[in-house]
Design a protein around this ligand. Structure first.
Ligand SMILES: [Zn+2]
Length: 85
């Protein structure tokens, strides 16, 4: 069983600057796709409101899982879960 989540991110200011869509520069409400069992350093897939999609080197899959775990209890409304068996 694998759990995937679409997580609406808070605005994140990372070492290299705010996490933003590389095309339209949106910073608020970006969505990251999370595979809760994948804590690798592989870039996670991101999307913005306009529908741009990219793999962001600053947002590793491991970091996405960490943020998922912080958000899931406090802010469950930011999550959309799907389970694939
Ligand atoms: Zn965009």
């Amino acid at each position: 069983m694998t759990v995937f989540a679409r997580l609406i991110l808070p605005t994140l200011d990372l070492e290299a600057g705010p996490l933003a869509c590389p095309i339209c520069k949106q910073v608020d409400g970006l969505v990251v796709s999370v595979d809760v069992e994948d804590r690798s350093e592989t870039p996670a897939f991101m999307s913005c409101d306009t529908g741009h999609r990219w793999a962001d080197a600053q947002m590793t899959r491991g970091l996405a899982v960490e943020i998922f775990e912080l958000m899931k209890d406090k802010y469950p409304e930011t999550l959309e879960l799907s389970v694939i068996e």
